[in-house]
Write a new protein. Sequence first.
Length: 247
Amino acid sequence: MTDEVITIEYEFKLKDGREKKFSVKLRKPGLQFVSEQTSTVRQWTKLEHHQCPNCPLKPQTHPHCPIAANLIDIIESFKDSLSIEEAEITIRSESREYHKRATVQYGIGSLMGLYMVTSGCPVMDKLRPMVYTHLPFSSLEETLYRAASMYLLAQYFRAHEGKTPDWELEDFTKIYEDVATVNQSFTKRLLSINPRDASLNALVGLDCFASAAAFSSIEDNLKEFESLFGAYLQDGDTARLTRPQRK
């Protein structure tokens, strides 16, 4: 995989005829956000302004919250928008295009989520692998499937690096407890600039899955997918899975 930049485009066509377009540039192979921020940084983006209690960053090295600094254009573009305002939302990536007529909060939520996990926040970085299969407008069930798959693939890589894997997903909920804390603190950050409710409700929508994953049993949640894997649960060498061994 080469060190190239890919682009994911978001386009909002509002009922009043206005159009809003955003291009998210990500550098492969790590899918780091490539900043093209044109706006001057704002007071509300300073790291210490409603800083997340679980944030490991220091203002001496990071004067501004990396997520907030990259979200300026989006927040200001939708600062006067109501969450119930309808729009034609189109999302284009390298290999496919998504289109949906929906309230703007759904498109904003998907776009904000993309920024939040690629901007360099140490807490949100653990969700960055999900960007590889970016799925706008996903349901809670689809998000759970992708999140659990991502986490187990991470354990495979940990095992091959000689680290202790968590095959029982014991630490899965801890990740989402931390994500929920970031979402809640970021809501306070946004409230301090008093935007209309589109951005706030978009963030609330993002937090629904994080909160559900953080405060419920992952084993119970995954049970509904078990029947999909019947072929892997049969006896016989062709269906038997073994844990990866370090070579």
